[in-house]
Design a binder for this molecule. Structure first.
Ligand code: NAG
Ligand code: NAG
Ligand code: NAG
Length: 385
């Protein structure tokens, strides 16, 4: 929905993983690390030569150019394949690493080494993340007009599910903090953390301490689900859904930051029609500097390879000339919000899926009324390798 510019996320292109038919959207790149050995890169599509119909201001071209640039950045980053070699390679990537292209020039050699190691482990700048506030401000990137909309007071409550494996603790905590800070408290019933068998020690005691501390003030507010073996993205989401009790469930990666007003437009649309599955519009948290890179509003879909793509919004949306209107999409890239019981009625997600990508299209088929694209507020951290 156009007013749900909620989520800044860590990645944003699609990457095909060899040996699998799965598709990775930036949103998910974190997962890739843990399941995949080899990556090959999708060749970016050539830009269309003309403006698409229904687009008076060349917005389409701008959207595509930006997304294309973004893909190139991600691809370049992935080609470095950090962390896969021996020491000598690590030394080489030390000077070459894209981590230091726009950041960290003034770090001491020792700190650069530490930062690079963390980058190789997490796929994003964990060193910087550890030094940023968990409650950092983000600018309100909602489209014009969203701030003027009002919402009913009796919206349904939501359970937010974060799934992760070996996420940097500070990145996970920032996701949780922003969810708490930027969701009206009467609408946020609980937060569910699904740890898909992380091995990182940070995510054990320290995370448990945070959960216990929070729950001592708000009993039962954070629920922890830990997998005794790695189950993958899809079964992790379903585990989170099983633990949820609010009427609406929001399934998110754990490298996001919510923005103001992200929840209300989504909950309103689900309240109006429970068969809607909603994805907010995402901006990008840059993997190296953690700056927020605003994304154009777009629909979400897939190409002939079932590869996830951001799409130019349909003509009918342009004709409304209303940037706050939701954009109807044939599929969903990544995180989404759904009526808890409706999700069960349509069969959840196929728990036979091992990684991800397939569910984007699957959900579009299961539900005839998925809505993607823009609503207000968040960011995702760009993460890959
Ligand atoms: C939003 O409301 C303000 C104050 O009422 C008004 O000045 C402004 O024009 C409105 N903006 C839009 C896009 O409707
Ligand atoms: C992760 O999985 C392994 C085996 O698959 C298991 O031995 C280990 O205890 C699990 N770790 C956690 C934290 O559950
Ligand atoms: C724009 O779209 C929003 C959200 O659907 C709606 O509430 C609003 O009334 C629309 N504005 C106009 C001028 O049509």
């Amino acid at each position: 929905m156009a007013c749900t510019r909620r989520t800044k996320t860590l990645v944003s292109t699609c990457v095909i993983l060899s040996g699998m038919t799965n598709i990775v959207c930036l949103l998910y790149v974190g997962w890739v690390t843990n399941y995949i050995a080899n990556i090959y890169i999708k060749v970016p599509m050539p830009l269309p030569e003309r403006k698409l119909e229904g687009d008076k201001r060349g917005d389409t071209l701008r959207i595509m150019e930006r997304l294309d640039r973004l893909e190139n950045v991600v691809n370049q980053h992935i080609q470095e394949t950090p962390g896969r070699g021996e020491e000598s390679q690590a030394d080489k990537s030390f000077s070459d690493s894209s981590l230091f292209a726009h950041w960290g020039q003034d770090l001491s050699p020792e700190n650069r080494r530490v930062a690079l190691k963390m980058f190789q482990y997490y796929g994003y700048n964990g060193y910087l993340s550890d030094r940023l506030s968990l409650d950092r401000p983000t600018s309100d990137l909602r489209p014009e007009g969203c701030r003027n909309l009002t919402y009913p007071l009796n919206l349904p409550q939501v359970s937010i599910v974060f799934i992760f494996v070996n996420e940097a603790l500070s990145v996970l905590l920032r996701s949780i903090h922003s969810a708490i800070n930027r969701t009206p408290s009467h609408l946020l019933k609980e937060i569910i953390l699904v740890d898909d068998n992380s091995s990182n020690d940070e995510l054990k005691e320290k995370l448990q301490d945070f959960v216990s501390e929070t729950n001592s003030q708000h009993p039962g507010f954070i629920k922890m689900v830990r997998h005794a073996k790695q189950e993958g993205l899809i079964r992790s989401r379903v585990s989170g859904w099983r633990a949820a009790t609010a009427p609406v469930v929001a399934l998110f990666d754990a490298h996001v930051e919510f923005n103001v007003g992200w929840a209300e437009p989504i909950l309103q649309r689900i309240q109006e029609d429970r068969t809607r599955i909603i994805s907010p519009s995402f901006d990008n948290i840059k993997y190296d500097t953690f700056e927020i890179d605003e994304y154009p509003l777009s629909a979400q879909g897939f190409d002939w390879e079932l590869w996830c793509r951001y799409l130019n919004p349909p003509k009918s949306w342009w004709h409304k000339d209303n940037k706050t209107a939701p954009i109807q999409s044939p599929a969903l890239i990544g995180c989404f919000v759904v009526d808890r019981l409706y999700f069960e009625e349509i069969g959840l997600l196929d728990e036979g899926m091992e990684v991800y990508g397939g569910e984007n299209v699957e959900l579009g088929i299961r539900s005839s009324s998925t809505t993607g694209g823009s609503t207000t507020g968040g960011t995702i951290l760009l993460r890959d390798r």
